[in-house]
Design a protein around this ligand. Structure first.
Ligand code: FAD
Ligand code: NAD
Length: 479
């Protein structure tokens, strides 16, 4: 039923649990949390969950962006007890006063644009921002690939470059520059985007605008000696050779130092160790050099002495409690727990916290039951045998529940799409590692991601998009 539920006022007997963010970590927690045990408040500037693994496919229209979004309101509507959601950014957290300062950062504003929310328990799942390493010109001139808006902007810019290159009497120099698409960062984001872009060109642009077809180029720039550093050697080689076939130029040992509106300046290390400066003119620049800590997280780290040596985010213990605090937990890319910043880790951490919080609530209820039963022992001595049996049973239950094992990440493997209907997979199966690349892996990649999609609605939309783009080609209209 689609009618709004009556507003449930916060229950003063319950603790207030505030969850920051609507990404992989926070939403996995919310999905499994028994919300009736707490007054739950969610704060995030994004009122939807985003299925990031398929975001690179949105940059070219293989998948439409709304197919990988799921409104947080729909997710929260399915919970047994009502959950409050505020579309806002947490700008600071005061762990001494136990309050969060939040700001409405959306376009439309009311009289109140900032306020405070108190918490008893806080989960931080705000993710990370894009790393630029302070390199000049990056923020001004490049596109990132983290959010829906980024993918939409890239999609628009690709076609703008193509149409401008096809403009009547366009200069030869500009045709070459505009059709040179540069991707900086050879991690999975950069590799997947480069593959999708080359597909777009080979399968659609080339056919629709044949006059520019011999000028389109994709270059992937990576500072390290190879791309996909977290994959096995065999898959790195497979990716590099597939890119060669696809005509994607990989420039390894090349570090970008400066970006202008039309060029990138990089330093390349030659095989003899000599460094050389190169200048690459570009039409589209996509910057994918990994994660940096968000300001709200940096600010909090500065307030907690135990965090002073942590650099990449909030250092957490084995129960994901932020070191130096008692009632703040962190999940996903903003937490440093010794794992890679991936959706897989964030989701498992969110699930773990849901179990932990459900257990904590159950523990409190059972302890209350034991207190009550013990009290009634003196009042109803005739029933003492039965009451003692129930106390014992409850204590047994309590011991079982209290024994929560620390968080333990179970790696299911790494998957990446590399273009021309090929994917690479480093999968752990039956305690063994299995590295594979190619077209079958591509089918595995598609089915794995489909099964991981948030909802059946998402799944249907994604399948529909795949068929649609295969059958009719990608939509090249520029919105
Ligand atoms: P996110 O999912 O980024 O969510 C953060 C949330 O916090 C967002 O809702 C955001 O709006 C909100 N937020 C931000 N600032 C604030 C604030 N100040 N206050 C409140 N809320 C805030 N990982 C994989 O395992 N497999 C993949 O195939 C894969 N593919 C990827 C493809 C791309 C293009 C990208 C960019 C990443 C990919 N990842 C993948 C990595 C994965 O997306 C991240 O590791 C994961 O999203 C981290 O989850 P998170 O919950 O920490 O943060
Ligand atoms: P990343 O950190 O994995 O890779 C960034 C790359 O940029 C590095 O290889 C680095 O050497 C390079 N780099 C940094 N500065 C540079 C410079 N100035 N010039 C040239 N190269 C430079 O970043 P990512 O690819 O955005 O991934 C972020 C996280 O998300 C990772 O944990 C990744 O595993 C995960 N992710 C996973 C998938 C997947 O599994 N398919 C897809 C996307 C992202």
């Amino acid at each position: 039923d689609r009618h709004p539920e009556p507003q449930v006022a916060p229950d003063p007997s319950k603790k207030t649990l505030v969850v920051l963010g609507t990404g992989w970590g926070s939403v996995s927690l919310l999905k499994r949390l028994d919300t009736e045990n707490y007054n739950v408040i969610v704060i995030s500037p994004r009122n939807y969950f985003l299925f990031t693994p398929l975001l690179p496919s949105c940059t070219t229209g293989t998948i439409e962006h709304r197919s990988i979004m799921e409104p947080i309101r729909t997710i929260l509507r399915q919970k047994r007890a009502s959950v409050k959601y505020y579309e806002a950014e947490a700008s600071s957290i005061d762990p001494d006063r136990k309050v969060i300062h939040l700001v409405d950062t959306s376009d439309i504003k009311g009289t109140i644009t900032e306020t405070e929310v108190p918490y008893d328990m806080l989960v931080i799942g705000v993710g990370a921002e894009n790393a630029t390493f302070g390199i000049e010109g990056v923020r001004e001139h490049s596109c990132f690939l983290k959010e829906i808006g980024d993918a939409q902007l890239i999609r628009k810019k690709i076609m703008d470059c193509v149409e401008t290159a096809a403009f009547k009497d366009q200069s030869q120099e500009d045709i070459d520059r505009l059709l040179h698409m540069v991707v900086v960062g050879g991690g999975p984001t950069g590799v997947e985007f480069a593959g999708e872009l080359q597909d777009f060109f080979d399968e659609d642009i080339k056919k629709l605008i044949p006059e520019i077809s011999d000028r389109f180029r994709v270059t992937l720039v990576e500072a390290l000696p190879n791309v996909l550093p977290s994959f096995s050697k065999q898959l790195i080689e497979f990716t590099e050779s597939t890119f060669k076939e696809e005509k994607i130029d990989i420039k390894t040992k090349t570090t970008v130092k400066r970006v202008t509106d039309k060029t990138i300046e990089a330093e390349i290390t030659r095989p003899d160790g000599k460094k050389e400066k190169i200048v690459l003119p570009y039409g589209l620049l996509v910057w994918a050099t990994g994660n940096a800590v968000r300001p709200v997280v940096k600010d909090l780290m500065g307030r907690i002495p135990a965090q002073k040596d942590s650099r990449r985010g909030l250092a957490v213990n084995e129960y994901l409690v932020v070191q130096g605090t008692r009632d703040i937990w962190a999940v996903g890319d903003c937490a440093v727990a010794g794992y890679a910043p991936t959706a897989q880790v964030a989701a498992q951490e969110g699930n773990f916290l849901a179990r932990l919080f459900n257990n904590m609530a159950k523990t409190e209820t059972l302890e209350e039951d034991i207190r009550e039963l013990s009290g009634s022992l003196n009042v109803k001595p005739g029933n003492s045998a039965e009451i003692s049996r129930r106390i014992e049973e409850t204590e047994r239950q309590l011991r079982r529940i209290k024994d929560v094992k620390p968080f333990n990440y179970s790696h299911q493997g790494s998957l990446a799409y590399i273009g021309s209907e090929k994917a690479v997979a480093d999968v752990s199966w039956f305690n063994g590692n299995f590295a594979t690349g190619g077209s079958l892996t591509f089918l595995f990649w598609r089915s794995a991601y489909l099964s991981m999609c948030f909802s059946s609605r998402n799944r249907l939309l994604v399948i529909n998009d795949w068929f649609k783009s295969k059958l009719f080609g990608r939509d090249v209209s520029r919105e």
